[in-house]
Design a protein around this ligand. Structure first.
Ligand SMILES: Nc1ncnc2c1ncn2[C@@H]1O[C@H](COP(=O)(O)OP(=O)(O)O)[C@@H](O)[C@H]1O
Ligand SMILES: [Mg+2]
Length: 317
């Protein structure tokens, strides 16, 4: 069955786009057909990260002599409001397919007004497309802006499963009450519309020190917020992948970039385990156990999958 996920948070910068990219790659490497949607109108986000930055805006010449003017045509907005087949847009990356974003997504609200869908089916624009593609993909991952507007509501209603990256303070707490309130409000808001939204997980991201996370995990256990089995570390590796415009796994396997260093090995492993937890290949407890088994292992020449699946055979032996 096809599953959808949207990485969402109230604040900018905790890692929605980074986590969208890396969990999509991790899941794609397990043989799933993954489609990632860049729904952030801002230039330089996921589409850029995937190396398709010429698609996220129209080129406008600075003066008349310049020949750089071009119009990206069609864009995701033509899919939403002009009956363009979404398949015309989809591009490939090493581990997943991508629906490129475009800055015109900033006009979503006004386009909705002109489309006649406002007040009729304004929240179903994206969901319809997901349903149309459900036989072609196993997993949809949607990346949105840090805001709540009709575009983001559309994405949440389409995906149903929300992944929330949160930043922990140096003492190991997040703005916990704020988070719980937001999650409650979100769930009941969509429930009124008859849509069942699941907060699949809150994922502490950009965490400087795993011990901080473990303390936080213990204090959060009984609070009803579904906490990820472990955190995504703050790691310069993820900034390098951004600069190189490739997913983490492609980056560490490419001759042009570089071999993974031993102190970096837990980063792809964390994304692998979170990816398998998202798809349901690992239950929550399996994910924690798996993480505990591999977190101190050295990968050596193996890839992250070999290390994880090797741990499987040790368990069953
Ligand atoms: N785990 C991480 N370690 C290091 N840098 C990160 C990490 N996650 C995100 N970043 C960097 O932080 C910035 C914001 O991340 P991004 O994923 O764009 O956040 P959001 O989409 O939530 O605004 C980017 O420059 C990104 O490279
Ligand atoms: Mg982003």
């Amino acid at each position: 069955m096809t599953q959808g996920f949207v990485w969402w948070s109230e604040s900018g910068g905790p890692g929605k786009t980074t986590n969208s990219m890396q969990t999509a790659a991790a899941i794609g490497r397990d043989g799933y057909d993954v489609l990632v949607w860049d729904l952030d109108p801002q230039r330089g986000a996921l589409t850029h990260y995937c190396g398709y930055e010429h698609l996220d805006h129209d080129g406008i010449p600075e003066d008349e002599d310049e020949e750089e003017a071009y119009e990206v045509d069609p864009t995701i907005m033509d899919v939403f409001f002009d009956n363009t087949d979404i398949r015309e847009l989809i591009v490939e990356t090493p581990h997943f397919d991508l629906v490129p974003g475009h800055e015109d997504l900033g006009n979503f609200e006004s386009a909705l007004d002109s489309s006649g869908r406002r007040g009729v089916d304004e929240f179903w624009v994206i969901r319809e497309l997901l349903e149309e593609l459900a036989t072609e993909y196993d997993i949809f991952i949607l990346d949105v802006q840090a805001t709540l507007n009709t575009l983001v509501d559309n994405a949440i209603i389409a995906a149903r499963n929300v992944m929330v990256p949160i930043e922990l303070t140096p003492k190991g707490d997040a703005s916990q009450r704020g988070l719980e309130n937001t999650i409650d409000a979100m769930e009941s808001g969509f429930e009124k519309m008859g849509v069942d939204i699941t907060i699949k997980g809150t994922v502490p991201s950009r965490v400087g020190n795993a011990k901080i996370f473990e303390q936080y995990r213990d204090s959060m256990k009984d609070r009803g917020v579904p906490l990820s089995p472990f955190s995504i570390p703050e790691h310069s590796l993820l900034r390098y992948t951004w600069g190189n415009q490739m997913d983490l796994f492609t980056f560490i396997e490419s001759d042009e970039t570089r071999q993974l260093r031993s102190y970096e090995e837990h980063v792809p492993l964390a994304y692998k385990v979170i990816g398998r937890w998202m798809t349901g290949d690992y239950t929550y407890h399996e994910a924690i156990n798996k993480w505990d088994q591999v977190k101190n292992d050295e990968m050596g020449d193996a890839d992250p999958e070999k290390l994880l699946d090797g741990a499987d055979s040790e368990v069953s032996a």
